[in-house]
Design a protein around this ligand. Structure first.
Ligand code: ZN
Length: 114
């Protein structure tokens, strides 16, 4: 193949800065400025095996934390519980059944706590 037969490279748009550029080679996907920046900050991905090992370790930590939370149950802080009881006071809501149910539930949470 002669040099005259080489395909001309069309103008491309850099996906990072959105500026048009003329790639010197077909593999060039970034403009020169963005390519230099990506090289200087080291955007190469971590080796796949390292990433998998880190993700597996992270999953184990999260599963353990999740199990701890299940054992502890949901706890409404005491001050918030009193605020909620005050806000749900059936006297404020003309004896509304929803308010009565909410207060009963909130009292159950208090008994269920430590
Ligand atoms: Zn760019």
């Amino acid at each position: 193949m002669t040099a005259a037969a080489a395909p001309e490279l069309a103008e491309a748009v850099c996906p990072v800065c959105s500026k048009p550029f003329i790639p010197g080679e077909a593999w060039q996907t970034l403009c020169v400025a963005c390519w230099r920046l990506s090289r200087s900050i080291g955007t190469r991905p971590a080796p796949a095996g390292d990433l998998v090992a880190r993700l597996v370790a992270r999953i184990a930590v999260l599963e353990s934390a999740n199990a701890d939370l299940r054992l502890a149950g949901t706890v409404i802080p005491e001050a918030m519980l009193w605020d909620l009881l005050d806000l749900c006071d059936p006297a404020r809501h003309e004896g509304d059944l929803v308010a009565i149910g909410a207060v009963a539930w909130l009292h159950d949470q208090r008994r269920g706590g430590a």
